[in-house]
Design a protein around this ligand. Structure first.
Ligand SMILES: [Zn+2]
Length: 198
């Protein structure tokens, strides 16, 4: 072979090898950056007096590839459901600084509540959901611990709870499940096993 051609071939081969190696390096770097991001979805409920307990308990549920739950609940939960699923993507530093907790705020029909009050109200509704529905609206209000809420929100919360009480009385099926949130329900496989054993 002509020595000049051999040299040209050697140079071309050298650049091809160099290019391939660099490409490999770039891929490794981008994979590392990807791995450091936490990506998933969150169910965000909507506080309204006629929401079912399924919506109440599924609010804040996070799911996706890197989470214990790979799939979210089937939405809408029911005809009153106003839940949505929002995607999120955080770096590990943001997660460390509480980013996953901060997206758990719930919108709703009650205006003028601080984030803390809104969370407290959500917890109250969950607590009420785990108790049998009392006979009277007064008893329901008593159980809610209404006095513990800021005075400026109390009237609106009282009206919300009164409407909710009426709704739960008329729609006892929406009141369940109380023990387990819907997301903890048996999987299809488990269900069919239960079905067979009955
Ligand atoms: Zn829902």
């Amino acid at each position: 072979m002509n020595p000049v051609w051999a040299m040209v071939l050697a140079i071309v081969a050298f650049f091809i090898v160099l290019r391939l190696r660099n490409r490999g390096k770039r891929r490794t770097v981008s994979r590392e950056v990807f791995a450091r991001r936490i990506e998933g979805f969150q169910v965000t409920g909507y506080l309204h007096p006629e929401m079912s307990n399924a919506c109440l308990f599924d609010h804040g549920m996070q799911f996706g590839k890197g989470f214990r739950r790979k799939d979210g609940p089937e939405l809408p939960h029911d005809e009153n459901c106003r839940c949505t699923t929002i995607p999120f993507s955080f770096t590990s530093t943001e997660v460390f600084n509480g980013a996953l907790r901060n997206i758990a705020d719930i919108p709703g029909t009650l205006d003028g509540m601080t984030t803390d009050t809104s969370r407290m109200f959500l917890e109250t509704l969950k607590r009420l959901a785990s108790q049998p529905i009392p006979d009277s609206s007064d008893r329901f209000l008593e159980q809610s611990g209404l006095e513990g809420f800021p005075e400026k929100n109390r009237e609106a919360i009282k009206a919300f709870l009164e409407t909710r009480f009426e709704f739960l009385k008329e729609h006892p099926t929406a009141a369940g499940p109380t023990e387990k949130p819907k997301s903890e329900a048996p999987t299809e496989g488990e269900k069919s096993e239960i079905g067979e054993s009955i």
